[in-house]
Design a protein around this ligand. Structure first.
Ligand SMILES: [Zn+2]
Length: 580
């Protein structure tokens, strides 16, 4: 299993020796007794026609078979993997709160199987990390550690485990068999110990919760809750992994106290490419591709400049979508556009050309503009408490467009787009100058004061205040990768006029937890707003501003009749405080 870095920070499970994890990863030592590749074509057909299993033993046979099919599929898939981790400390009242955070984004590659991993052999992976990590813990978090948690056991065999049926249970609309799984006595390799949820039609594992044992001397396996979604008919793939450890004593007398969310998406990036369109052009009649024939004249200098900028904008957006960083246009963009239109109309602004909005699929809080496209990150959309704070973010970006701030048009040259995905954050840069940032802030305040949001700007200021307060503990969440920093300094006027933060007041919600508002379809990268109803919080502890929570997706099953509809999930409203 290889992870290609997308350019910045890492971290995750730990190994005191960097090459140790591979040797100790689950079942790495055991040889595969079943040819997973060969089962790709045969297993689904069997699953359709085979009679229902009569005994637990029969069920386990099916589960093992499906798990090998799953492993074979994963070798061909290269989703993005994002892990966001918050280290915790106890506040004076004993409640855990974030003290530090870590962020990792990469692409999963299991082509060679997780057993072939060598961190040492991968430039930039092992050594640099050791050198960098002298801080909080002498432990080293490795990204692979969290990616590993999408796999129960790379060599899952009945002979290695004892299985105990617990009960039937619904996860969302999917009925599951709940089975406890533990390694047989005398089992020497690292194996999974915990509970699995198996859907009762094709016997795919849809959730597993536990850890790997025995814990090796030098390494450490975290506890995790790993979820798969039904992304294609009959195919369940990893989407979410939640991990937490409280007061885990490590061998080095340090205590580890953290929680983390791992998300996977971008499974079907091929579906987002333009190859189909190309085929379309070839069969079109010659008339239909002469789309500009009516203009019949060269572009004027001003129009030429605009076309050039448009070309750079479209190139950048296209590329980011193909990498899996940007969601395709969709339903959320309509919501964002409505807010932008509210600002434009009430300020009598005619933009001279259209504008677009797009969602960046990553967690760190950032927003920026690419030409006339406003981009806002999923993480930022998640934590904004209300529409007025969203309007504040969009007003700043809109101001860059209204004020005609320059944008680097080098991407209009196509050679600038030929770079490896993992260099995206170095090659793409949509930062504005400090002077333009200040001008955009001033203009944004002006736009907001004329807008329907003018009476609710206190909430927006409150959000900025909360962000400013948390910034020192959450540098990775606040650090932008493509645009300007969304720090508490932005729009200081709003900040100054905001009411005081009152942590204990239940009716004051300055920011939301991560993951509650935006649902990402991990197969198509489509995003939509969560339909979960807001949950009233019952204690200040449930505010969890900017914090990580466990995942409880509502599982749905795709019909095997070839439906293209995707299963979408959101974190459960039951474990989040979602306030309007
Ligand atoms: Zn800006």
């Amino acid at each position: 299993m290889r992870i290609d870095r997308l350019g910045f920070v890492w971290f995750v499970v730990l190994a005191v020796s960097t090459c140790g994890f591979a040797q100790n990863s689950p079942s790495a030592a055991g040889g595969s007794g079943l040819n997973a590749e060969a089962s790709v074509s045969t297993v689904p057909a069997q699953a359709e026609t085979a009679p229902p299993p009569a005994t637990l033993n029969d069920v386990i046979d099916r589960v093992v078979q499906r798990e090998h099919y799953f492993m074979a599929q994963m070798r061909h898939l290269h989703p993005l993997v994002e892990t966001y981790l918050q280290n915790l400390k106890n506040d004076p009242t004993g409640n855990p709160e974030p003290a530090k955070d870590e962020y990792f984004l990469g692409r999963l590659d299991m082509t060679d199987g997780p057993e072939d991993v060598s961190f040492v052999g991968q430039p930039g992976f092992g050594h640099r990390m050791v050198a960098k990590l002298t801080g909080l813990y002498s432990l080293h978090y490795l990204p692979l550690g969290f990616a590993q948690m999408v796999v129960l056991d790379t060599d899952f065999q009945k002979k290695y485990y004892k299985f105990n049926f617990v009960r039937r249970e619904f996860l969302g609309e999917v009925r599951c068999l709940v089975i406890d799984v533990q390694p047989r006595e005398g089992e020497k390799s690292v194996r999974f110990l915990g509970r699995i949820w198996v859907e009762d039609q094709n016997y795919n594992i849809v959730r597993f919760n536990g850890s790997y044992y025995p814990q090796p001397k030098l390494n450490l396996f975290f506890h995790f809750d790993s979820w798969r979604l039904n992304m294609r008919p009959g195919t369940w793939l990893p989407a979410y992994v939640y991990s937490e450890e409280s007061n885990l004593k490590t061998g080095i007398t340090k205590t580890l106290h953290f929680k983390s969310q791992t998300r996977l998406w971008g499974y079907d990036l091929k579906g987002l490419s333009k190859n189909e369109e190309f085929t379309q052009i070839l069969v079109d009649s010659p008339e239909s591709v002469k789309d500009q024939s009516d203009a019949a004249s060269d572009a004027s200098p001003v129009v030429a400049q605009r076309m050039w900028e448009k070309q750079a904008e479209e190139n950048a957006i296209d590329r980011m979508q193909k990498i899996g960083l940007l969601a395709p246009p969709g339903e959320i963009d309509k919501v964002l556009s409505t807010v932008v239109n509210n600002l434009l109309v009430t300020n009598n602004i005619d933009l001279q050309g259209d504008f677009h909005t797009r969602v960046l699929l990553t967690s760190p809080l950032e927003s920026f503009t690419i030409g006339h496209t406003i981009v806002i990150s999923r993480g930022l959309l998640d934590v904004l408490p209300d529409e007025a704070s969203l309007a504040m973010v969009l007003a700043h970006e809109l101001s860059h467009i209204v004020l005609g701030h320059p944008f680097d048009t080098k991407l209009a040259f196509n050679d600038k787009l030929f770079f490896p995905d993992e260099q995206s954050f170095q090659r793409l840069d949509f930062k504005q100058s400090p002077a333009d940032e200040e001008a955009a802030d001033a203009k944004a305040i002006e736009l907001l004061k004329n807008s329907p949001y003018k009476d609710k700007l206190g909430n927006a200021g409150l959000f900025l205040k909360a962000l400013q307060e948390k910034a020192p503990e959450l540098p990775r969440l606040i650090r932008p990768h493509l645009g300007n920093g969304f720090n508490g300094k932005r729009m200081s006027m709003l900040l100054a006029s905001a009411p005081a933060l009152e942590d204990k007041r239940l009716d004051q919600i300055a920011a939301l937890p991560l993951g509650g508002r935006v649902k990402v379809d991990p197969w198509t990268d489509q995003v939509e707003l969560s339909k979960a109803k807001p949950t009233a919080i019952t204690s200040a502890r449930e505010k969890m501003e900017f914090e990580i929570t466990p995942f409880f997706p509502y599982l749905t099953r795709l019909s095997t009749g070839g439906s293209e509809k995707m299963a979408l999930t959101a974190t459960s409203p039951g474990v989040q405080s979602q306030q309007k």
